[in-house]
Design a protein around this ligand. Structure first.
Ligand code: BES
Ligand code: MN
Ligand code: ZN
Length: 523
């Protein structure tokens, strides 16, 4: 979707559909709703008096205007209380504008956010004549508001249609076209907001790439495919790239990653992208993502029901590639390295067996109790490689690592663990900003005992209790002293918790969080 910013009256110039938010705590109609009311000869005020239009969330009222060079349709979207508005309110607003346009089979939409006039001149707060709209914009921040609407528009306009043929289109005449153009109006806004649109657009482009990769089935999105996409990104954005195959992994003695990959005919890849946005002598930050392109469980086979969703077991890797794309588009002045260990977890005569002991790149031996705890194995080698090769100032990994994480936090927050409180605070803040939340679980010492093995340095599972924490403990054995944070995204990377700006299926979570974390390191 192409996005455009305009600091001008949305009623000047044509539009197929203009979306305007209405809050539940607005006393008087703010501009541009007042203008709409005038054009409708008081219809909005009447609808407010009858109680039909109250600004409640989910409320949507469509109006048709006489064609006078302005918008031909306007939809008023209830947004709840302005006093409660946050970035997510505006992300959803952008998403809902797209959904309304889709219902009408349109390919473009404009959104106008009220409240920019006074908020951009004064620094928020106490003034007596500050309207709820102005208060909301100044509290969230004008640039954050515009960025969030841009994200909402561009994320909502994504759908995964590349495997549909025309015959499917004919059978399903209901499918609306995807939106191609979005416009954001913020009347009397100050400068710098084009930049906010650009940021939102880049974040969405990265996240939409992550979603594409996630949505692609296991027979398409193989480890080799992920590597090819990464090499494409390197060409597009001038990244350095390094792709390790089985031979290079042997040289690196990556016995854990190789042991998982040996169970499959598909060759594994360790994908590395290097964005050199900072000074040469500044160590990079590292993003590491689990790229398990299909997880059958191996010999510890998963139940058949729902196994198809294990194509999403590369979601962490997809988010890292998506984040690298956004970072490249934004040209962030930081050094960033993105690392994705990619493999299948299948079953053949060479596959891991329960009881096997393997040797990791780190030198630590691991007794494989359950071949389905494969994510921590491929990550162990990737984390130790990243630490040794790049000496990063911080490492953040994300992985669909444990079912226990879904039990603990459900689908509305990722689990956050790590070795550095400051880093974890940064990651949590980035998640809040991005609307991709995470919540801490403790990496306390007593949990470590659950990984004790009779025959090796570690077991790869710690039993049922606190499964996400013991998985975190396992990973922590491979990061050394590097400040490190781990996001377990098993419950948040994909699913059926759709939002106005995301469809069921691939969510691209936590692409925005990762990019916001890196952006937070710039200033
Ligand atoms: N990829 C799974 C974790 C997962 C489960 C992701 C559900 C998304 C939804 C991981 O490889 C796995 O199988 N973990 C096991 C670990 C166990 C054997 C200790 C699990 O959580 O059951
Ligand atoms: Mn598994
Ligand atoms: Zn897995």
């Amino acid at each position: 979707m192409d996005l455009e910013f305009r600091a001008s009256d949305p009623f000047v110039g044509p539009a197929d559909l203009l979306a305007l938010p209405l809050y539940s705590d607005s006393d008087d109609l703010p501009q541009p709703l007042r203008e709409l009311d005038a054009r409708l000869e008081g219809a909005l005020a009447r609808a407010r008096r009858t109680g039909d239009l109250r600004g409640r969330e989910e409320e949507a009222s469509l109006f048709y205007l006489s064609g006078d060079g302005g918008p031909s349709r306007v939809v008023v979207l209830g947004c709840g209380s302005a006093a409660d508005a946050d970035g997510e309110t505006f992300r959803k607003l952008g998403g809902r504008a797209v959904r309304e346009a889709e219902k009408l089979f349109l390919t473009e939409v404009a959104v106008c956010v009220p409240g920019f006039a006074a908020s951009s001149t004064t620094g928020g707060g106490g003034g007596q004549d500050v309207s709820p709209e102005e208060e909301a914009v100044s509290r969230v921040g004008p640039d954050r508001v515009v960025q969030a609407v841009a994200e909402g528009l561009a994320l909502a306009a994504w759908d995964f249609r590349e495997l549909l043929t025309e015959s499917a289109d004919q059978a399903n005449e209901e499918r609306p076209p995807l939106l191609t153009e979005g416009r954001i109006h913020a009347v009397s806004a100050t400068e710098g907001l084009e930049e906010a649109v650009r940021v939102g657009e880049a974040l969405a482009a990265g996240q939409n790439l992550a979603r594409d990769l996630q949505a692609r089935p296991g027979n398409v999105a193989t480890p080799t495919h992920l590597a090819d996409v990464a090499v494409g990104l390197a060409k597009e954005h001038g990244f350095g790239s390094r792709i390790l195959g089985p031979r290079e992994m042997e040289e690196e003695q990556m016995g854990a990653l190789l042991s998982v990959a040996r169970g499959s005919d598909e060759e594994p890849r360790l994908i590395v992208l290097e964005h050199k946005g900072g000074a040469d002598d500044v160590p990079p930050v590292a993003l590491v993502g689990k790229g398990l392109t299909f997880d059958s469980g191996g010999i510890s086979l998963k139940p058949a029901k729902g196994m198809e969703s294990m194509k999403y077991d590369m979601s962490g890797g997809a988010a890292v590639l998506g984040a690298m794309k956004a970072i490249g588009l934004l040209g962030l002045p930081v050094n960033v390295v993105g690392v994705v260990p990619a493999s299948e977890n299948l079953i053949n005569g060479s596959a891991n067996k329960p009881g096997d002991v393997i040797r990791t790149r780190e030198g630590k031996t691991v007794e494989i109790i359950n071949t389905d705890a494969e994510g921590r194995l491929i990550l162990a080698d990737a984390l130790s490689y990243t630490r040794d090769r790049y000496g990063p100032s911080a490492m953040v990994d994300c992985a669909t690592l444990t079912g226990a994480c879904v039990v603990a936090l459900g689908h509305h927050a990722a689990a956050l663990l790590g070795t550095d409180d400051g880093l974890q605070d940064e990651v949590r803040t980035a998640g809040e900003l991005a609307g991709e939340r995470c919540w801490p679980l403790p990496l306390w010492k007593p949990y470590r005992k659950q990984l004790k093995s009779q025959v090796a340095d570690l077991k790869n599972v710690g039993g049922r209790p606190a499964g996400s924490i013991t998985a975190g403990w396992f990973l922590s054995e491979f990061v050394g002293d590097t400040p490190w944070a781990h996001l377990d995204i098993a419950g948040t990377a994909y699913g059926d918790t759709e939002l106005p700006y995301r469809r069921n299926g691939a969510f691209g979570f936590p692409t925005r969080l990762l990019v916001e974390w890196v952006r937070g390191r710039v200033v």
